[in-house]
Design a protein around this ligand. Sequence first.
Ligand SMILES: C=CC1=C(C)c2cc3[nH]c(cc4nc(cc5[nH]c(cc1n2)c(C)c5CCC(=O)O)C(CCC(=O)O)=C4C)c(C)c3C=C
Ligand code: FE2
Ligand code: FE2
Length: 355
Amino acid sequence: MAQSNTGILLVNLGSPDSYEPADLKVYLREFLTDKRVIDFPAPIRKTIVEAFILPFRPKESGEAYELIWWDEGSPLIVITQRVIDKLKQRLGDDVPVSMGMRYGNPSIEAGFDELMEKNPNLDRVFLIPLYPQYAMATTETVIEKAKEVWQSKYPNLQVEFKDAFYDDPDYVKALGESIRPYIDEHDIDHLLFSYHGVPERQIKKRDITGDHCLKCEDCCNVNSPAHTFCYRHQDLMTTKNAAEYLDLDSRDFTYSTAFQSKLGIDPWLTPATDAELVRLAEEEGVKKVAVCCPAFISDCIETLEEIGIRGKEDFVEAGGEDLILIPCVNDSDLWIDTLEKWCAEKLKVKKVEAA
Ligand SMILES: C=CC1=C(C)c2cc3[nH]c(cc4nc(cc5[nH]c(cc1n2)c(C)c5CCC(=O)O)C(CCC(=O)O)=C4C)c(C)c3C=C
Ligand SMILES: [Fe+2]
Ligand SMILES: [Fe+2]
């Protein structure tokens, strides 16, 4: 069968190779020295990472990873591989599909290499960063790393990127349907949308107007071109989109948005998920809370351990009865349908161009 000259590269964040502290150290060094993750000048970033994070975090994180590690490996990698396998079945053998991780293995470079091995005549790659919302530490760093790789190694390749897709109706449907069974089947008092946090500074840095983000009351709900790159706006819109899709306002439970995983002492987006879970139990009398994590496409340490284990303990200690962790879209049929549709559109355009 003739090989397609367009390949598909799915890029996710990545994971350590194992939960051993030595592997954690390698992975966290690569991750946290990315200037789009810890965005301080290089010498300060290096000092923070080498002196304050790497001596302690690998052991602590290794223990957390061990709790959620699967027989087949890190959940994030295993799930991304399942998505690749299902997508290959949908697109057919003639379309090369690979995965690359922004940090750790398989790298983005290994992903490009694999596509080129499958078809040395490949001239185009459709790269999908697996992040619904734009941030320096999500879509932006993936695009910049991919550029570095392909422009030096495969300069003749044409590479097209999928933008942040928080607003895409098919994604919203996949997200909504991943949430629905949990809110229908459990008698919850509250649904919490918990997004990975970022420092407020990073939101201001990507404000293309220079005068909008976090500068006025309720900025993310005031129309602005800044929202193309505003992670906070895109998170709030994700909640709104899912709420409209599921008609949450007509339900007999409440819902809200919070931000998890703060690292360091600078101000991050608020409210913080850990504090919010305690507040919901102590001040709002919430007994049963369901938590979904729509900044993540695949379950990972941040969902399974931080929310599913630690978040649950904190919530119960504060007087709550149960926390139900809602799985990410993972390799659900509707999410695979969505990816298939985006890829098919690209492949169709290519065929028309070639005709
Ligand atoms: C300085 C800090 C960090 C920023 C900014 C940040 C942004 C960010 N991260 C994700 C998605 C994931 N992060 C994951 C793990 C993780 N993130 C940080 C720090 C920052 N992230 C650390 C130190 C870690 C490692 C785990 C730990 O030590 O606790 C993961 C999980 C990876 C896995 O293997 O399971 C994901 C996914 C987003 C979406 C984001 C910005 C919006
Ligand atoms: Fe993170
Ligand atoms: Fe905003």
